[in-house]
Design a protein around this ligand. Structure first.
Ligand SMILES: [Zn+2]
Length: 316
């Protein structure tokens, strides 16, 4: 992997325990095998507490693989989407990789990870071919290094002011004809979110700050950003754009919202009952999966989505 200077894009020279830029003299330390490009930055020190499940780098068991095919698009919808859209056997870059993804590693020839949190990148470096600590707005990789650039739940965390820089960097490091696959948290015009926004302070607290979503944009706005940088949109899959699963009521509204908006209290109570048992959750997962694959894709509006899966291509 040819690393380049994040300031001037000159190829870096490897030293004993650092990388050095021969042009501008910048020096980048290496911490436990991970080059550090954006020192002192840690995003989400307590991220582990928020997404307990996401930090595990684990191969799906046979049972999970069965569930994955049965429940497509719900619990496993992102894995299924990655299997369909990632460049198989290519060199992939995982932006905001956290501790790494088993699926990306399995589908790619090589995977490189980059994360702002050094400890996460160090864990990823054990699973991936290579990992670095750095910002996705200035990638330390040479132009045309990758067949595929992926990100999961990253773009909604990037402030609007930095987004164009991130998309331009993805374009730069992709080979011509390369693909970029993203799972993106979005702003939404659906009823659930519109109602939540009636209490702006609670919306800020539970929809933005609690989950670090400080860069939510409508799906149509995100598509335009990628198109402006020269990408061709290959696929957009809507998620959570119509009937929302009851989980959403528990994640976002089972708090002061139920006191402020009385009409929500009953819905949250119903969600609690529906999600109480494993059988209930599984049944809902299957029903929601069927709905997601059919009605949601056919009849709901793109800008009602709370998440999208997006695949874009850099023309050859
Ligand atoms: Zn330099």
């Amino acid at each position: 992997m040819q690393l380049v200077c994040t300031t001037c894009h000159t190829p870096l020279t490897a030293r004993h325990d650092s990388f050095e830029c021969p042009a501008c003299g910048s020096v980048f330390a290496v911490a436990e095998g991970v080059p550090v490009f954006y020192p002192q930055a840690t995003l989400y020190r307590n991220y582990d507490d928020i997404w307990e499940l996401d930090k595990e780098f684990c191969a799906p068991t046979l049972f999970h693989r069965f569930l994955g095919s049965a429940l497509k698009y719900w619990t496993y919808r992102e894995r299924v989407y990655a299997q369909r859209h990632l460049v198989r056997g290519g060199d992939s870059l995982d932006l905001g990789c956290w501790t790494g993804s088993y699926t990306y590693a399995r589908l790619s020839r090589t995977v490189t990870g980059i994360d702002l949190t050094l400890s996460a990148a160090q864990v990823a470096s054990h699973h991936y071919n290579f990992a670095v600590q750095g910002s996705v707005a200035c990638l330390p990789f040479a132009a045309g290094s990758f067949d595929c650039v992926v990100s999961a739940h990253l773009i909604g965390h990037v402030p609007a002011a930095n987004k164009d820089a991130v998309v331009a960097e993805i374009h730069r490091v992709l080979k011509p004809g390369g693909k970029s696959v993203h799972f993106i948290e979005t702003d939404s015009e659906n009823i659930f979110v519109r109602r939540a926004k009636r209490d702006p302070d609670l919306y800020q607290k539970y929809f933005v700050e609690r989950v670090g979503h400080n860069g939510l944009e409508l799906p149509s706005v995100i598509l335009k950003r990628f198109q402006r940088q020269g990408f061709v949109v290959e696929d957009v899959t809507k998620m959570d754009s119509g009937i929302l699963p009851p989980w959403y009521y528990l994640w976002y509204l089972d708090n002061e919202y139920t006191q402020r908006q009385r009409a929500l209290a009953g819905k949250v109570r119903l969600a609690r009952v529906l999600c109480r048992t494993r059988v209930g959750n599984l049944t809902l997962g299957v029903l929601y999966g069927i709905y997601h694959r059919s009605w949601e894709q056919w009849f709901t509006r793109l800008d009602d989505s709370m998440h999208i899966s997006l695949t874009v291509k850099k023309p050859s």
